[in-house]
Design a protein around this ligand. Structure first.
Ligand code: TXD
Length: 314
């Protein structure tokens, strides 16, 4: 009997930047059997070496995914998703904003390559300063804003959840949290929507402890940079981006925090900012408008100003 069905084509994930986060992304794409990977970088041989290493790993875990390492951007042709980590990470003492000039030039070059070779892809930007780089990526590619998104809110919310779970000595699965605004020192942990088993955390943890935890969330990236000394966090950013890749490719309609194009939501226009969204097969399918208390509103406004200050530098 002739097979009539159409075999589902394996998804193609292009990882632009094969450094600390890019290499971890490639591994996670394999471990979670999301699809086949193209690992692109400008450093000769490095993506090819990581691809070969991952090919050697595959049989150990029985992973039937392919990883192609390349220095030719044309190899991302037809990618379903492009995850962009190309750029310099912070060193101790550097702010994310210190990276803006160098990384903006890299994002422009990469954006042109994506526009030409993967015009139907969802682009997930990770490169810092995140909100400005996602904004620039959308401008350079000219893609619909719903198809260009920044990864930071999932990571910052995960950091908030991890610290709260530790404080309460509960499973991380019991903690739900939102961190909104720019991916910077004035990001906004939204306490009024953060719960443990559905119970608002303000009912479980004293205010001064919550203040200290939220301060640590804002500084969590810098805390890792200070300890590593040679780069920034990469396991948790990679895992956070994978959650967004899966929400898109598997049409999960997942509610998560992501840096998205604002066209008036929360009174904000034409910047990228971390907001609560629904991620599914069309990309950013909906921006959720939630009621913020006065303190959260003023924190968000401060964060908006910090993001806006970077735009003229691009
Ligand atoms: O939550 C978040 N969004 C942040 C993002 C969390 C942590 C790290 N954040 C930022 O991600 C960090 O500040 C950097 O801007 C990026 C990537 O961090 P990573 O730790 O992966 O940096 P690496 O290891 O230096 O990797 C960057 C790679 C490196 O191999 C370069 O050769 C490559 O980018 N690179 C390029 N690739 C392709 N095309 C061009 N033009 C290019 N230029 C550099």
């Amino acid at each position: 009997m002739e097979w009539k069905g159409k075999m589902a084509k394996r998804k193609k994930i292009a990882l632009i930047g094969a450094g600390q986060i890019g290499g971890t992304l490639a591994l996670l794409c394999g471990m979670r059997n999301i699809g086949d990977v193209v690992l692109f970088d400008v450093v000769e041989g490095m993506p090819q070496g990581k691809a070969l290493d991952l090919m050697h790993l595959a049989p150990v875990f029985g992973l039937d995914f392919t990883v192609t390492g390349t220095n030719d951007i044309q190899d991302i042709k037809g990618a379903d998703v492009c995850v962009v980590t190309s750029g310099l990470p912070r060193k101790p003492g550097m702010s994310r904003d210190d990276l803006v000039k160098t990384n903006a030039d890299i994002i422009r070059a990469v954006g042109e390559g994506i526009k030409k070779n993967a015009p139907d892809s969802l682009v997930i930007v990770i490169t810092n300063p995140l909100d400005a780089m996602a904004y620039l990526m959308q401008k350079v590619t000219g893609f619909a804003p719903k198809k260009v998104v920044g990864m930071a809110g999932v990571l910052d919310s995960a950091r908030y959840r991890a610290f709260l779970a530790q404080e309460l000595n509960v499973s991380v699965n019991s903690v739900s949290a939102f961190v909104l605004g720019g991916h910077g020192d004035d990001m906004v942990p939204v306490r009024s929507y953060t719960t443990c088993g559905g119970i608002p955390v303000a009912n479980l943890i004293p205010g001064d402890r919550l203040d200290a935890i939220e301060k640590r969330v804002r500084g969590a990236g810098g805390e890792v940079v200070a300890l590593l000394k040679t780069g920034s966090a990469f396991y948790s950013p990679a895992a956070s981006a994978i959650q967004m890749v899966e929400a898109y490719l598997f049409d999960r309609k997942q509610v998560l925090a992501a840096a998205v194009h604002c066209s008036g939501e929360y009174g904000v226009k034409d910047i990228y900012l971390g907001l609560p969204v629904v991620m599914g097969a069309s990309g950013v399918e909906k921006i959720l408008q939630i009621e913020l208390n006065d303190e959260e509103k003023s924190q968000l406004e401060k964060s908006v100003q910090s993001v806006k200050a970077l735009i003229p530098l691009l």
